[in-house]
Structures are given as structure tokens and as C-alpha cells.
Ligand binder design. Structure first.
Ligand SMILES: [Zn+2]
Ligand SMILES: [Zn+2]
Length: 394
């Protein structure tokens, strides 16, 4: 039985309320809890807020540039530009109940078959790569599936969640699992928009097998690849990837048709353990570039953290020394007041039953000396001097 068999064409047996898979909501709850804990934790440390703002600023700039690139370089689809594609897009938006129609762009991307959705400054963008458009045509059910999938991301506010839930998405195992649930849900949005199962499957198979051969692939055989190709490394790949494998996505799509949930093939338990050490790539869509960006950010944070922590440490030492000097000065003042003569040395004030139990020690190993000033004694540290402490001057 071929996937392009017209007898397979059937209306999609889904209601709009069934598009988001229950797993997505379950993972959302966990990701939300992790994110809230991390955000509150960051808010409690001044340095944390600083980092969050710093990283946020960079992400915002990068995003702004991406949106500008689309607006300036990609082809903006309208009634007058690629009108067939425009009409298909309006259809999809209507089918999925989208009131504020996002802006659709076609982007030349050197042969890549893909599409994505994003949002910047309150504007939604859907982008289809030109090769994808050429592969499936502007008014096919395949195109409806692809556009519907991206609209699914926008309807589910995945772009916003990617920012607000970044700490939870960064969490190993949980973050990628939540992201994979997004994709499975959005494939259901796509199938619902297309209202054509074989067209939806052909779109998925085009993503897998390419422009020419993809549509000829046998969906059933490809879906069974998910069960046949198992083992440790496949499991590790699945667990750390924010995208479900294409064979699994085909499997999930076919499951809509059968009305029964797709059974996910078992994974290697050791892969779960190793995946614990791979953070979810939330930046740049995961994968190698995402991992690289994470490494760069961690490096930047370390580079900023070391001097910042040194500064905090130094000022705490300075403060401790300042307290020592106040104590020494007060003890010397007290001695002169009670004894009627200036102390000859620190020995007069330090010791059992004297003014100080023990000589205070500068935490930076400075030596103390003291001088009689007009208004009392002033202690001086060889490291910190005699000035007032330079702390908390915001
Ligand atoms: Zn997607
Ligand atoms: Zn000192």
C-alpha cells in the first residue's frame, strides 16, 4: 500500500481541541515549575538578574536581526506576490481559527527543505523555504500541512515559551521531551489544516526523502524504521534532540488515521543516564549550533563571573577589616578614657580582662597600626588603609 494511494485519502478525524497532545501539557507543567524556580533564584541574586538581562539582550538583538533579515531579504507573500500560496495560507489560517493572520515569507535557503515560525515585536512571521515551495507547490495539501504546522507553533505560543521557559527547556531530558511534544502537536495542527492524511504524509516524506523521491516513499515502511533502528546511540539521539525523528513523526501521523496513539519504541536505559548530562538546546534550535552557543554563553558567564565574585570577595574582606579597625580604635579610646593616659602599645588593650580578648586579624593579612587623631584613635591596615569602607554605593 503506497502513501500516495488515493484510497487512503480521508478527512482528518480530529477536533480542534485534540490537536495539542496531552503530553505537551504534562511536560509544560514540569517545565514551568523548573523555570519558575530558576527565575525566582536568579531574581534573588543581583548577579543572576544581570546575566539574565545580558543574555536576554543578546537574544533580543539576534531575533531583531533575524526579523529584519526576513522583512528585507525574503519574499513577502501577498495577493500580488505568489497569490496561490497566499490563498492557501489564508485557508490554513481560517481552518485553524487564526484571526490575526501572520506575515508569510518565502526564503531562498540553498536547497534546504524547511519552514519555521517566529515572532518579534508583536508580529508573527511564518517562513517557507523556497525549495520546500518548489517541492510541494503553492496550493497542495502538503503545503497546507507545512503552513498548518507552523501556525500550530504560533497558536501554542511556542516562540514566547521558548524565552519565558528557557530554564526548563535547558533542563536535560525534560526540555527536549517538551520540545518534541511541540512538534508532534504541530504535526496534528498541520494534518488538521490539510484535512488530507496522504498529503500530510507526503509532506513529511518530502522532508525525509527530498524533493523528487520523497513523495514516492512508502510511509508504512518509513514509519517502521522507527522500531527497527534502535539501540543506545539512537536512543541517545532521540533523548537529546528537540525534534522527534522523522520516522517517528510519520508514525505519529499515521496513528491519527488509525485513531490509536502511536506506541513509541523502547529506549536504551543507559541512554537516559547519559542524556542527563546533555542540556536541552534552546538556543538556535538545538543541535550542534545550539550546543556551541550554550558553550559560548557558559564561557562568557564564567569570564564575567570570576571577576564579579572576586570583587564580592574583596569587598567582604574589606568590610571585615573595617570592622576590625573600628574595634581597635574604640578599644584605644576606651583605654585612654579609663586610664587617663595614652596606651603604650596594643599590648595595653589586648588580652584577658582587657579591652579586646584578642588582636583582630585582617582577613587579607594586613598589619594594623594606630594613630591618635583629634577626635580619637584611628587604626590603619597595611592592606586596606584607614578609610571608610567603600561598600554598597549603588
Ligand atoms: Zn515545528
Ligand atoms: Zn586589612
Amino acid at each position: 500500500m503506497s502513501s500516495s494511494d488515493p484510497t487512503q485519502q480521508a478527512a482528518i478525524d480530529l477536533s480542534p481541541s485534540q490537536l495539542r497532545i496531552p503530553k505537551e501539557n504534562t511536560y509544560f507543567a514540569f517545565v514551568l515549575i523548573v523555570s519558575l524556580v530558576v527565575w525566582v533564584g536568579l531574581a534573588l541574586t543581583i548577579i543572576g538578574i544581570f546575566y539574565a538581562l545580558f543574555i536576554g539582550l543578546f537574544l533580543w538583538l539576534g531575533h531583531g536581526l533575524l526579523a529584519a533579515y526576513l522583512r528585507a531579504e525574503a519574499v513577502r507573500v501577498s495577493e500580488r506576490q505568489l497569490p496561490q500560496l497566499h490563498a492557501t495560507f489564508l485557508d490554513v489560517c481560517q481552518q485553524l481559527g487564526v484571526i490575526r493572520v501572520p506575515q508569510l515569507y518565502v526564503l531562498q535557503s540553498g536547497g534546504l527543505l524547511n519552514a519555521f515560525a517566529t515572532r518579534f515585536a508583536g508580529r508573527d512571521f511564518v517562513v517557507v523555504y523556497s525549495d520546500m515551495l518548489e517541492a510541494v507547490g503553492p496550493d497542495s495539501p502538503e503545503m497546507k500541512f507545512i503552513l498548518g504546522h507552523e501556525i500550530g507553533h504560533l497558536k501554542s505560543k511556542h516562540v514566547l515559551k521558548q524565552v519565558l521557559l528557557a530554564p526548563g527547556l535547558f533542563c536535560p531530558l525534560l526540555g527536549p521531551a517538551y520540545r518534541r511534544a511541540w512538534e508532534i502537536s504541530c504535526d496534528r495542527f498541520g494534518a488538521f489544516a490539510a484535512q488530507d492524511m496522504s498529503g500530510s504524509l507526503r509532506a513529511m516524506l518530502t522532508l525525509s526523502g527530498g524533493k523528487e523521491q520523497g513523495r514516492m516513499l512508502d510511509a508504512e515502511v518509513f514509519a517502521s524504521q522507527h522500531e527497527e533502528e534502535r539501540g543506545f546511540f539512537v536512543s541517545l539521539h532521540e533523548l537529546t534532540s528537540p525534534y522527534p525523528t522523522l520516522s517517528r513523526r510519520v508514525r505519529e501521523l499515521r496513528a491519527i488515521q488509525s485513531g490509536e496513539p502511536a506506541r513509541r519504541a523502547p529506549r536504551n536505559p543507559l541512554a537516559y543516564f547519559l542524556a542527563l548530562f546533555v542540556p536541552g538546546g534552546n538556543f538556535g534550535g538545538g543541535g550542534a549550533s545550539g550546543a556551541l552557543i550554550v558553550i559560548v554563553i557558559i564561557g562568557l558567564m564564567a569570564a564575567m563571573a570570576i571577576p564579579a565574585f572576586q570583587k564580592v570577595r574583596e569587598s567582604s574582606l574589606e568590610k571585615a577589616c573595617y570592622n576590625n579597625r573600628l574595634m581597635i580604635g574604640a578599644a584605644l579610646d576606651q583605654y585612654e578614657l579609663e586610664q587617663g593616659q595614652p596606651p603604650a602599645s596594643f599590648d595595653d588593650i589586648v588580652g584577658e580582662d582587657k579591652y579586646l580578648q584578642a588582636m583582630p586579624v585582617c582577613p587579607a593579612h594586613g598589619e594594623y597600626s594606630a594613630q591618635r587623631m583629634e577626635n580619637g584613635y584611628q587604626a590603619t591596615c597595611t592592606v586596606h588603609g584607614s578609610g571608610t569602607v567603600k561598600l554598597h554605593r549603588h
